[in-house]
Design a protein around this ligand. Structure first.
Ligand code: DAH
Length: 365
């Protein structure tokens, strides 16, 4: 159905008859276009009535030419009709647009619960941190708490309090990174500050602070002047310390064998006598080789055993240095290389893999 726009006598202006006619024509056209759900047709309708040359606009303009006393009523009723018609049109257009939008959304349905198409690259803990967490967990279950100490350390904590004699080779320039204090006046005075060469100084700090009994582990970075396939100038250690009345070497062995079994699966271990200035007796702890393919084994070189840590009974002098009575308390300490454990765990042939941040390596772990 098509309805003609009423021919309006503009000179007469918006008389009530004209407005009624206009309204009837518009309503019929609107119903028609709505029935076909044709947005373009509705837009055309809009411009035919309300556009600059639309009949409603012309009518309103004609108001100006009426005698002044007729203008007010004519203008207001024309405006009323205009508003009403525009309102009807907007309602129909809005409804149609909403329907179109709804249809579009239905067509391009997105299921937010589906997994992504290409898996996004995921971040992960660094292998060294993973090992540290695993080990910390194991010792935690045996009642050890985590303690921390500074990486830039005083000679007292790194060496002196740990019973290193002044001429001990570990203090040599070859091994230790010395730290210069700003404005240090002399060679001698710079030697009291070092990058810690092991995590053992944390024992001293913890005992000083907490006294006995004490049961701590301390993971952290350590630094030595050394670099090849199995050594890096920065590496990681975990220190352990348990001091209480009646702690013996048997406790040390029990704790370490529980640790080895938790970390690597049931595996024999053995203690060998060794020397560290801060323990007496000192031992080195081996566990049975986990790769062993006989004489040529690259991990144990055919011995069947791999050294994994140093340990011993805390030297009475060390206890005394921390204000703990060595007559009453005994304890054991141990220190192990985290990176070495990581190498064993993932059968790495070179330490450097752990520190180069190469994603091709890291994503395989
Ligand atoms: N601090 C030693 C090192 O870096 C390792 C160590 C040995 C720690 C024996 C200990 C210990 O606590 O009792 O080589």
């Amino acid at each position: 159905m098509s309805v003609d726009v009423p021919q309006v006598n503009l000179d007469a202006g918006p008389t009530p008859e004209v407005l009624a006619q206009l309204e009837a024509a518009f309503t019929a056209e609107l119903a028609d276009a709505r029935g076909r759900a044709d947005v373009a047709e509705l837009q055309a309708l809009k411009s035919r009535y309300f556009g600059p040359k639309g009949v409603v606009s012309l009518l309103l303009r004609a108001v100006g030419k009426l005698p002044p006393e007729a203008r007010r009523d004519a203008g207001s009723s024309a405006n009323q009709v205009k508003k009403a018609l525009e309102g009807q049109l907007a309602e129909v257009l809005d409804a149609l647009e909403a329907k179109a939008k709804d249809a579009e959304l239905r067509r391009s349905r997105l299921d937010m619960t589906l997994p992504g198409r290409a898996p996004a690259p995921r971040g992960a803990l660094h292998p060294v941190n993973r090992i540290i967490r695993e080990m910390t967990d194991i010792f935690h279950r045996m009642g050890f708490e985590v303690a921390a100490g500074p990486e830039v350390e005083l000679d007292w904590y790194n060496f002196e309090a740990l019973n290193f004699p002044p001429d001990h080779p570990a203090r040599d320039m070859q091994d230790t990174f010395f730290v210069t204090r700003p404005g240090a006046p002399s060679e001698a005075s710079i030697r009291d500050l070092v990058l810690r060469t092991h995590t053992s100084p944390v024992q001293i700090r913890a005992m000083e602070k907490q006294g006995a009994p004490i049961r701590i582990i301390s993971p952290g970075r350590v630094f030595r002047h050394d670099s090849d396939a199995t050594h890096s100038p920065m590496f990681h250690q975990i220190e352990g310390l348990w001091v209480d009345e009646g702690v013996s070497l048997a406790h040390l062995k029990g704790v370490l064998s529980s640790f080895i079994n938790a970390m690597f699966g049931e595996r024999p271990m053995r203690l060998r006598p060794s020397f560290f200035p801060f323990v007496e007796p000192g031992v080195e702890v081996d566990m049975q080789c986990m790769l062993c393919d006989g004489a040529g084994c690259r991990l144990c070189k055919g011995t069947g055993w791999m050294e994994i840590l140093g340990a011993g009974m805390v030297h009475p002098k060390v206890l005394a240095n921390c204000g703990i009575d060595p007559e009453r308390y005994t304890g054991f300490a141990f220190g192990l290389g985290v990176d070495r454990i990581a190498m064993l765990r993932w059968k790495l042939d070179e330490l450097g893999h752990l520190f180069r941040s190469d994603v091709r390596f890291l994503s395989q772990i």
